[in-house]
Design a protein around this ligand. Structure first.
Ligand SMILES: [Zn+2]
Length: 134
């Protein structure tokens, strides 16, 4: 999945669900996870996708400290983008503490438990998926 996939109506609705504590993912008949607005499983091409509840927390699989960001994120550097493993689905987002402050690479570790939440970018106020350490 590329970043371009994230910014459309289906994804906005999905952020609403995460914000309300009703996060979910799409699961195909073979147990592959993906996110809206997908209608086809990216792993096997199945078109019968059902909503399944997103676990309350996941584990950091990989993370990167971003020092030089694209213009829409330029006020936020440095920040950490993490790929978080929720079991059938992996999500990508910024890691922040519960006050919304960005964490730096020294604060984040592979295997760390984080919870999904919704924040805003400081630069544009656009809503984004964030992860808060548990
Ligand atoms: Zn599949």
């Amino acid at each position: 999945m590329t970043d371009a996939d994230y910014h459309d109506e289906g994804y906005d609705d999905w952020l609403d669900a995460v914000e309300d504590g009703d996060g979910f993912y799409l699961e195909c008949e073979n147990g592959h996870g993906s996110l809206p607005p997908r209608r086809v499983c990216p792993d096997c091409g199945a078109t019968d996708l059902a909503e399944a509840p997103l676990p309350d927390a996941g584990e950091v699989a990989t993370f990167t400290e971003i020092a030089v960001a694209p213009p829409s994120f330029e006020d936020e550097t440095p920040y950490v983008t993490a790929v978080v493993d929720f079991g059938p689905v992996r999500l990508t987002g910024q890691v922040r503490d519960a006050d919304g402050a960005e964490l730096v690479g020294d604060d984040v570790a592979v295997g760390m438990t984080v919870a999904p939440a919704v924040g805003e970018t400081q630069t544009t106020g656009e809503r984004v998926l964030v992860f808060e350490p548990r």
